[in-house]
Ligand binder design. Structure first.
Ligand code: ZN
Length: 369
């Protein structure tokens, strides 16, 4: 008797090379191994770094599946996975988010310095070659394997997919950035760039107790949205000379400039202006310059004489994912998080979604496979 074993498969939109159309293909779904979880993807959003990869500005293995801002429903749980990172039991059918990165093994950075997000050999979802098992490790697909060395977090039922999907990259990163900027009660804070990171940065700064938050961008919709995310003042940097923007910001941050400036626009040229906005002893945190070649000239004497602390932040600690969720849950009536994901596309429409996201005609494009 000839019994055919039917292999389950899942669709994925494949990134074959920079600047070429995505191709939807099928890949086999195998049973989970110990420590793994298989999720059916509910939603993935296009992060600015996906666009950087797609446009060839940062190296990413091809062919592969892009997308790391993902949420999904558990379909299979491997042996040994019993609870999420907070200790809540996990079962098939649970809706979850997870750290955008994973690393399984001993590492000096994780074990000694408590920087798991910077382990040598850390890997990220949406950054792998499709040919390697388990193939499905990115967001723009029907399924994703969550592999050992990932922190999983269960999502509360009343949180919408739109509010939940940006948690594991955008929101958690901004928890990390605003923590590094040591934003506290009474601070005056400037946010350079009001994309998704900037908007959450504004809201987080307000909820950390900032008395004044100033948002800078040149896209009118974003300036308007920043107001709704808690910005006290927004400045259209496309309409004034940098020196005038600095003047306006310093005048608003009495008596002598901002306590903290956060860069999340990805443009190195804004750094000298950001430095000029700070008071003596101010803090400058860079979060947006994720591509190599972000050269800029600054007068380092300013750092010395004005006691400036300058710091870069990349990725986030697992605790920031929990904080991101708790922050969104606690503030969803205060800020319009629901409106951040403002467009939805199917897997076969990924090209259009990337085009819209790249030209910034949408704030966060979501893929619903
Ligand atoms: Zn991202």
């Amino acid at each position: 008797m000839n019994r055919t074993v039917k292999t389950r498969t899942a669709k994925a939109a494949i990134y074959e090379a920079p600047n070429t159309p995505f191709k939807v293909k099928e890949y086999p779904l195998r049973p989970v191994k110990p420590g793994e979880v298989l999720v059916r993807i509910r939603m993935s959003t296009i992060c600015r770094s996906d666009i950087h990869s797609y446009e060839g500005r940062r190296p990413n293995p091809c062919p592969g599946i892009l997308g790391h801002e993902i949420i999904g429903t558990i379909e299979e749980i491997g042996k040994g996975v019993e609870t999420d990172m907070r200790g809540d039991p996990l079962k098939v059918g649970d809706r979850i988010t997870w750290t955008e990165y994973f690393y399984d093994g001993a590492c000096y950075y994780r074990d000694i310095l408590d920087m798991p997000q910077k382990c040598h050999g850390v890997r990220k979802y949406g950054h792998d070659h499709i040919d390697e098992d388990p193939h499905l490790l990115g967001g723009f697909a029907e399924y994703c394997y969550i592999v050992p060395g990932t922190w999983i977090l269960k999502l509360p039922d009343d949180l919408s997919d739109e509010e939940a999907t940006p948690l594991n990259c955008g929101v958690a990163t901004m928890v990390s950035v605003t923590e590094a900027a040591a934003i506290g009660v009474g601070d005056a804070v400037v946010v350079q760039g009001l994309g998704l990171l900037g908007l959450y940065g504004v809201a987080l700064a307000k909820s950390r107790g900032a008395r004044l938050v100033i948002g800078l961008d040149s896209v009118p919709d974003r300036l308007h949205m920043a107001k709704r995310f808690g910005a006290d003042l927004v400045v259209d940097v496309g309409k004034s000379k940098p020196a005038d923007v600095v003047k306006q910001v310093r005048a608003a941050c009495r008596p002598d400039g901002a306590d903290a400036v956060i860069e999340v626009c990805g443009v190195p040229d804004v750094i000298p202006h950001g430095l000029e906005m700070l008071r003596i002893g101010g803090r400058y945190v860079l979060g947006g310059l994720v591509n190599p070649g972000a050269d800029v000239t600054i007068d380092a004497n300013v750092l010395v004489k004005r006691w400036i602390t300058m710091r870069g932040i990349h990725n986030y600690h697992p605790r920031h994912l929990i904080q991101a969720l708790d922050f969104v849950m606690a503030n969803r009536a205060r800020f319009p998080f629901k409106e951040v994901v403002d467009s939805k596309f199917s897997l076969s429409d990924l090209d259009t979604a990337f085009k819209r996201a790249a030209e910034r005609s949408v704030l966060r494009a979501a893929i619903v496979p």
